[in-house]
Design a protein around this ligand. Structure first.
Ligand code: MTE
Ligand code: MO
Length: 355
């Protein structure tokens, strides 16, 4: 069978269980500049907590202690941002040997129109003391991971947390956050991998020592072995993806297109620096030509691109690769790491052009 996934063997029932809960964005949804809510990818470590908005409060602990209800947060200054979010594990299942966890291929991405209130003034009201080094965000969800019972927690340096674009979001695509995306309020850190944007927020605390909890010190680090400290995942490395051309074969999802003129389209993003260029290859990455980039509308939203292709009958492997203004470019072969993070190898789309 002309599949493209045949090298990925032995997906366990536990991995399937994770994959069925944490669905990806169907790649054809790359057509929409803003992903419809139900098509945005999902990643939930534990259970979706059941939150009563009438009694929910957010505690903010700095030099002073603030407590805010949902209505109080909504009375504060409002900011809207279109942001592309990607899971740090996107591409994990393509690594060899395959790190065993949520087995993402390419679809752990989505773009939403988020609305909320900027974090900075809240932190300033709570008082950022001289000794504060990080801000710790705690979710309401609780579980066991690496034998450690925990609430989902992540921190940011004070400097990152004070960035203008960091918001506490209470709306997604014009409606309240749905339960699975963090109702009633989540953190949103544009440009960073998704794990940073803590959902179902309960507490925000200024702390005097770097946070060393599970999701910071064990999870989400680039390393080759367990005994290595590694480096923390932070910003999203560049990636571009195709809106899959033509029609799919049901099981392999290999594509069939008619011969003739086609406009191949896709989207590209990078959290490190704005996208500078996207190139397309129709021969599996041997030769490349520039795609046309749509203008950037918002810094943190993916950017559309298009490429004219005169398709003659035969077998093709389409590839696209993005480069950002800092010169970061997608590799052809992914560098391996223990957790299976940040695999931004170029996508390969197998296409048959009919005779
Ligand atoms: N409280 C909490 N926040 C969380 C998570 C979680 O499990 N619990 N998952 C994180 C991860 S790993 C990702 S990729 C994003 C996914 O956000 P989404 O499900 O809204 O797409 O949420 C992050 N925030
Ligand atoms: Mo993630």
């Amino acid at each position: 069978m002309r599949g493209t996934l045949s090298s990925v063997e032995g997906i366990s029932l536990e991995e399937l269980q994770l994959a069925a809960r944490n669905h990806g964005m169907p790649l054809e949804a790359l057509r929409y500049p803003v992903t419809p809510v139900g098509l945005h990818y999902l990643l939930i470590h534990y259970d979706v907590p059941d939150v009563d908005p009438a009694t929910w409060i957010l505690m903010v602990r700095g030099e002073r202690e603030l407590s805010l209800g949902l209505a109080g947060l909504k009375e504060r200054p409002r900011k809207e941002l279109t942001v592309t979010m990607e899971c740090a594990g996107n591409g994990r299942a393509r690594l060899d040997p395959r790190p065993v966890s949520q087995p993402w291929l390419l679809e752990a991405v989505g773009t939403a129109r988020w609305a909320g209130t900027p974090l900075r003034p809240l932190l300033e009201e709570a008082g950022v003391g001289e000794s504060a080094v990080e801000v710790l965000f705690t979710g309401l969800d609780r579980g066991i991971e690496g034998d450690i019972e925990q609430r989902y927690q992540r921190s940011l340096t004070v400097e990152e947390a004070l960035r203008d674009d960091v918001i506490l979001a209470y709306e997604m695509n014009g409606g309240p956050l749905p339960p699975q995306h963090g109702f009633p309020v989540r953190l949103l850190v544009p440009g960073w991998y998704g794990m940073t944007s803590v959902k179902w927020l309960a507490e925000i605390e200024l702390i005097d020592e770097p946070f060393a909890g599970y999701q910071q010190a064990q999870g989400y680090r680039l390393r080759q072995s367990e005994d290595e400290e590694g480096t923390p995942l932070q910003r999203i490395v560049p990636r571009s993806l195709f809106v899959p051309p033509g029609i799919p074969e049901f099981f392999t999802r290999a594509r069939t297109v008619e011969p003739g003129e086609h406009v191949l389209v896709g989207r590209a993003w990078s959290g490190l620096a704005p996208v500078a260029a996207v190139e397309v290859s129709t021969d599996g990455g041997s030769t490349w030509a520039a795609a046309e980039l749509e203008p950037e509308k918002e810094r943190w939203a993916w950017r559309g691109w298009r490429f004219r292709w005169k398709a003659e009958s035969g077998e093709y492997v389409l590839c696209s690769r993005a480069r950002d203004e800092d010169g970061n470019e997608q590799p052809l072969d992914p560098p391996w790491n223990l957790g299976g993070y940040a695999n931004n190898a170029v996508q390969r789309v197998h296409v048959t052009v009919r005779g």
